[in-house]
Design a protein around this ligand. Structure first.
Ligand code: SAM
Length: 163
């Protein structure tokens, strides 16, 4: 498989997973979290599908496409470690969906961040919340991926016993 094929498959898998999780939280009240705003592509996709559900975006810096910049009250800038500390106060209610997209070319740094992020995310989540991640995370119950998405390409979980 060429690198182009692999890139396209990764994006198709990401889109299929995002569309799938929107269905999984239908009928549940609560905000959603986009952890890794980046260029804003997945934020924009979620925003279009979540209707009027609150969608909070986290990143260390704002580098999103101008059309994909969240309103100030939904943007939490700074290292995730600081952002998560602020978030429970800022957001005020537990999230029913977290999409985590934070991987970089630095494998060691990504692995260290993933090890921190799983436990750190839990206090922000409602029981039964859905967690979708580009990296494997510890401490959540794995859910099956949507049809056509290869195992290990993306990671889907449910938090706790609810839902
Ligand atoms: C893969 S990009 C996100 C891409 C984005 N979801 C999109 O579709 O455009 C990962 C983002 O995570 C952010 N990030 C990585 N580690 C971080 C950390 N420790 N604190 C805050 N942001 C971080 C980076 O700045 C980067 O913008």
């Amino acid at each position: 498989m060429s690198r182009l094929d692999s890139f396209i498959r990764r994006l198709e898998a990401q889109r299929a997973c995002l569309d799938h999780v929107v269905g999984l939280i239908a009928g549940r009240d609560g905000p959603a979290l986009e952890i890794g705003l980046g260029n804003g592509r997945t934020y924009d996709h979620l925003r279009a599908r979540l209707g009027d559900r609150a969608l909070y975006a986290f990143d260390r810096e704002l580098k999103a496409h101008p059309d994909c910049v969240p309103p100030a009250e939904f943007l939490i800038l700074g290292d995730f470690r600081d952002g998560f500390r602020l978030a429970s106060v800022r957001i005020g209610r537990p999230a029913v969906l977290a999409h985590c997209d934070f991987g970089s070319g630095d494998r060691a740094a990504t692995a260290a961040l993933a090890a921190w992020l799983g436990p750190a995310l839990k206090p922000l989540l409602a029981p039964g919340a859905i967690v979708l991640s580009d990296q494997a995370l510890d401490g959540f119950r794995p859910l099956p991926l949507p049809a056509g998405v290869a195992e290990g390409r993306y990671f889907l979980y449910r938090h706790g016993d609810g839902g």
